[in-house]
Write a protein of this length. Structure first.
Length: 310
């Protein structure tokens, strides 16, 4: 059956909740749960290595069209998830608060953020209804883009990637450019839930067999693009939304990481000004349309999120 609609949701950070909605699939620093009903496919991404490591949280948000915030207790981890979600501004979001935390207790944490407008529910059935609703939309972007999560070699097949269709659809035999630097590839086959498909819509997690590139040219963070040329940059600058909870304020010369999509690149702050920032990167990164470039200081003692370029 053709997949006509798909959504990827980040579940922060509750394996039990995701397991009640979908069936567990792959696991790395992210755990994937999938649910398919007729022509609709839902992927749930849980950054289970967070708060031990920050990047999985950023990668899960970089893939998501919806955020499900699980608020079982008031912690610093929950506060960091609220900050990150607000900066990423996903098209949709919902808060799962089954208790003992009440809406009144959550309100101060959410005040002034986009999460103030998220519906608050108390059970997984309501979460499943929300994320599966036909009202849920993917981020709107031109062309075709696939965010690469993993790549490996399959005997008799060649290079295979797992990733999320950020803009689409993607089709068999379509040619795409490997970014930030790489060859052109063609799509040999598309798998969704282990079934072969002629195409995959935006929002869906896919397995692609591709021709024209080696596995080492398709590492996590790589973007496959056609019909659009997302900018590839080695310096990020411009208007900057700062995280007011990051202390002390960022300074010139500070080492940071810049994350966009499924890529995270070390860099150094070159300039700090009112409402703006400039970061020079160790290597190029793709500025994926529709996604912020989030800046983090992984060694910071408190909140590790510096802010975001929108």
């Amino acid at each position: 059956m053709t997949v006509k609609r798909a959504i990827t949701a980040a579940v922060l950070t509750d394996l039990d909740l995701a397991g009640k909605i979908g069936k567990k699939g792959g696991e790395s620093d992210l755990t994937i749960f999938d649910h398919k009903k007729n022509e609709f496919v839902l992927s749930l991404v849980v950054p289970h290595r967070f708060p031990e490591k920050l990047p999985p949280l950023l990668f899960a948000l970089g893939m998501s069209d919806i955020v499900v915030l699980s608020a079982r207790e008031l912690t610093k981890t929950l506060a960091e998830e609220v900050v990150a979600t607000d900066l990423f501004s996903p098209p949709g979001g919902i808060i799962h608060a089954p208790g003992p935390v009440s809406q009144e207790q959550l309100a101060p944490l959410l005040k002034g953020t986009a999460l103030e407008r998220y519906p608050v529910v108390t059970n997984h059935f309501e979460v499943a209804d929300y994320v599966s609703s036909t009202d849920r939309k993917v981020r709107k972007c031109d062309g075709t883009m696939v965010l690469v999560d993993q790549a490996f070699e399959v005997k008799g097949v060649g290079a295979v990637i797992l990733g999320k269709v950020h803009a689409g659809p993607i089709r068999v035999n379509q040619k795409l450019q490997v970014l930030p630097k790489g060859p052109e590839v063609s799509v040999r086959s598309i798998q969704i839930h282990d079934d072969d498909h002629a195409e995959g819509p935006a929002g869906v997690r896919v397995g692609l067999a591709v021709r024209g590139a080696k596995v080492e040219e398709l590492s996590r963070g790589t973007v496959l693009a056609a019909g659009v040329s997302p900018p590839v940059v080695q310096s990020v600058s411009g208007a900057f939304a700062a995280n007011k909870f990051f202390k002390p304020a960022p300074t010139k010369g500070q080492v940071v990481h810049v994350a966009c999509g499924l890529d995270s690149v070390p860099g150094r702050i070159e300039e700090v000004a009112a409402g703006s920032l400039t970061v020079a990167l160790e290597r190029p990164i793709v500025r994926v349309p529709g996604l912020p470039a989030l800046v983090a200081s992984l060694d910071a003692p408190g909140s590790k999120i510096v802010g975001a370029f929108r």
